[in-house]
Design a protein around this ligand. Structure first.
Ligand code: ADP
Ligand code: MG
Ligand code: MG
Length: 211
């Protein structure tokens, strides 16, 4: 299969917007017992703005697509997830530079840069029950796939599986960052909403690369 060009990057964003719309209520419900019941609403607002930004600007490279989407998320989502997701996508976009297409190694480097941006901004480590627990395994899966020479679609599908497992693994964790951490030990027993939506982000990439 081909790599991530501007058209597939656009398809990634649109697929994520679609998945967020479908799962909006579920994401918000996950945010109810450990947060403020707005994660699905926040991301839906942000992804609607992101798609509008793509429609208006028609960026020419995959890096420019991700940068535009990241900026839309930062400006339209007030919650923790807006700056975190926005920073992640802007860092990924910057890492892609002005290349016309990204293969598996470039995708791995871009998602590694996204993870570093999230950690720098939010200070979460693996095991803190945040979106890092989905993003970090996805990055590791992409790097392993790059090492094997997997094509981008296969690499992204492996990363999507790793992110999904990572999201499920947040359930027993005690949250140490974000609103859920205010509950202390009582935050355990709930799947993290941001890790759950991050698994959708990686799944959307795999869908776009297969399309
Ligand atoms: P808010 O908590 O401001 O209402 P959201 O509900 O949209 O924002 O997003 C909550 C999600 O943000 C959490 O489920 C978690 O995954 C993520 N999150 C919060 N704080 C951090 C952080 N410091 N580092 C990484 N992810 C975080
Ligand atoms: Mg919330
Ligand atoms: Mg909120």
């Amino acid at each position: 299969s081909g790599g991530l060009d501007a058209a597939r990057a656009g398809a990634w964003v649109r697929r994520l917007a679609e998945l967020v719309q479908e799962r909006k209520d579920e994401l918000t419900d996950l945010d109810r017992p450990i947060g403020d019941s707005d994660h699905g609403v926040n991301l839906h607002r942000g992804m609607t703005a992101a798609v509008a930004a793509l429609d208006a600007g028609d960026p020419a490279t995959p890096g420019a697509v991700l940068t535009a989407v990241g900026s839309a998320l930062v400006s339209k989502v007030g919650g923790a997830s807006g700056p975190l997701y926005g920073t992640a996508l802007r860092r990924a976009g910057k890492a892609l530079g002005d290349a016309g297409e990204a293969g598996t190694p470039e995708l791995a480097r871009a998602l590694r840069a996204a993870l570093e941006g999230v950690v720098k901004l939010g200070g979460a480590q693996p095991g803190d029950a945040t979106l890092v627990d989905a993003l970090a395994p996805a990055v590791e899966a992409l790097e392993a796939a790059a090492g094997r020479g997997d094509d981008p679609a296969a690499a992204a599908r492996a990363a999507a599986g790793a992110a999904e497992e990572g999201a499920l693994a947040t359930t027993p964790m005690v949250a140490r960052k974000g609103r859920a951490s205010y509950l202390g030990e009582r935050s355990a027993g709930h799947q993290d909403p941001g890790a759950t939506s991050t698994a959708l982000l990686v799944r959307a990439l795999a869908d776009a690369l297969e399309g």
